[in-house]
Design a protein around this ligand. Structure first.
Ligand code: SF4
Length: 159
């Protein structure tokens, strides 16, 4: 199995702490967080993904809006630059300790956050990152953690 994610959710997954748009949204996200924590592979998709799914039955879901597509574009550009690889529909990524640590460190530094501009959750994500991801729901398997850990990286490894 793979987890279908649109590109800006590569950022959102870093700071997910069990909050969301509705109970159904959170329940679904919890299941995805557990799968990501177990290392299940991610495949990038265009448009609504597995996290969006519970919202799609509503009238005019924001997941289909131009603003969200622009958020995806900015996230894809930032993550591709960071990882020095194309990030587009069909790209496959394993949520390994090294990937999550690298993304979280760079997110905390603010260097991959252009996609977050105007997002209603930005304040929460700022706080989660500032607290070293201590409350983040996507955990990093201990056995997969690099031996060299410091500061913010060390604390997020404990989630
Ligand atoms: S600020 Fe918004 S777009 Fe950025 S990571 Fe948080 S929820 Fe996702």
């Amino acid at each position: 199995m793979t987890i279908r994610l649109r590109t800006h959710h590569l950022l959102c997954m870093l700071t997910y702490v069990g909050k969301g748009y509705s109970p159904a949204f959170v329940d679904n996200y919890e299941a995805i967080a557990a799968r990501l924590s177990a290392g299940e592979e991610i495949v990038i998709v265009d448009g609504p993904d597995d996290i969006c799914a519970p919202l799609l039955c509503g009238a005019q879901p924001h997941c289909l809006g131009d603003g969200v597509a622009e958020r995806d574009r900015k996230a894809a550009e930032a993550v591709a630059t960071l990882l020095a690889m194309p990030v587009m529909a069909g790209t496959r990524l394993t949520p390994s300790a090294s990937l999550l640590l690298r993304l979280r460190r760079t997110f905390a530094e603010g260097d991959i956050r252009a996609a977050c501009s105007g997002c209603e959750w930005s304040g929460l994500c700022d706080t989660v990152a500032a607290e070293g991801y201590a409350k983040a729901r996507i955990a990093i398997a201990t056995a997969d953690v690099p031996t060299r850990r410091q500061g913010v990286l060390h604390r997020c490894c404990q989630t």
